[in-house]
Design a protein around this ligand. Structure first.
Ligand SMILES: [Zn+2]
Ligand SMILES: [Zn+2]
Ligand SMILES: [Zn+2]
Length: 310
């Protein structure tokens, strides 16, 4: 399906790719991905400890972030099975925003700690074990490479975003491998904290991007994938429509959106015709994504012939 429009964070794409393509296998897929990520994080942490490499540790932090995101996707997949109720009339979609802010906060804190720690370790003559770093990086390249190439052929926005993330993870391990090989020949121990800082900045950048996207949704911004002007251009072309005002568009979770507006219609129309006009306006939304739509019709004084009060 190509109708998967998501303005949300790229990490959660894991979840959404599965939502759109393998509805019934989603839980199984997430559980497997989660299990593999978790095993790999443990291998990394042990490897970081025994090799003394800060770069490997920075990579482990990044992967802990990926794993946490998967855990949350897994929990949300279960929570989403719960239907909306009288207490939560929109359902539980916004849980994903809360969790992406929490994960973002953890990653920002972790990255800053690594950067701070690495800058203080440039001059110390620590003992590094490239003979441990190298097999670790080969494992990382195999693991991330396999994940990348199995998703590479996707065409949807989500699959591309997940694929790009995997490619970045892959390049991180190529860098760790390159550093460990050069450590066999030269004693440039500073290469390791330098790479750690690079990886931490990359993690920081992604975390900030996710936080800012979730914050946008929290602040009820117009969804990124919704072109307000072009939608109301189409609404105006429906016969009987005079104008629209008091327009409000926001997103529940970056995936499902909510829209409400007042529609001024030609007062000469019957109630049936007005209901028909409303249905047409509703139908036009189908090209713009998943919407929960409320339209109030007015036949009173004609205030304006253009879209106003956005
Ligand atoms: Zn959907
Ligand atoms: Zn990653
Ligand atoms: Zn009104």
């Amino acid at each position: 399906m190509s109708n998967s429009k998501v303005g949300g964070n790229s990490n959660l794409c894991y979840f959404i790719v599965m939502h759109d393509h393998h509805h019934h296998h989603a839980l199984k897929n997430i559980t497997r991905a989660l299990f593999l990520n978790f095993i790999f994080v443990i291998i990394e942490l042990v490897g970081a400890y025994f090799s003394g490499s800060m770069a490997v540790f920075a990579d482990a932090l990044h992967d802990i972030g990926d794993s946490l995101t998967l855990v949350i996707a897994w929990v949300l997949q279960r929570a989403s099975l719960k239907k909306k109720n009288r207490q939560f009339t929109y359902g539980y979609g916004r849980l994903s925003l809360v969790s992406s802010l929490v994960v973002g906060g953890i990653l920002v804190l972790g990255s800053l700690l690594i950067i701070w720690h690495a800058t203080r370790n440039f001059n110390t003559s620590r003992v590094l074990h490239p003979e441990i770093m190298l097999p670790l990086s080969i494992l990382g390249i195999i693991f991330n490479g396999w994940a990348y190439f199995s998703l590479r052929h996707g065409h949807s926005h989500n699959e591309k975003a997940v694929g790009l993330h995997m490619l970045e993870d892959l390049l991180g391990w190529v860098a760790v491998g390159t550093v460990s090989i050069s450590l066999f020949f030269v004693n440039w121990v500073w290469l390791d904290p330098l790479l750690a800082i690079g990886i931490a900045f990359f993690t920081l950048y992604n975390a900030f991007r996710n936080i800012s996207e979730s914050t946008r949704v929290f602040l009820q911004a117009n969804p990124k994938d919704f072109d307000l002007e072009s939608y109301f251009e189409k609404v105006k072309s429906v016969t009987g429509v005079i104008a629209a005002h008091d327009i409000h568009v926001w997103s529940l979770d970056g995936h499902r959106h909510v829209i409400s507006y007042h529609l001024q219609v030609d007062p000469n129309h019957s109630l049936d015709e007005i209901a028909n006009i409303k249905n047409k306006c509703r139908g036009l939304l189908k090209d713009f994504g998943h919407f929960h739509c409320t339209i109030e019709t007015e036949t009173g004084a004609i205030a304006s012939l253009s879209i106003s009060g956005v």
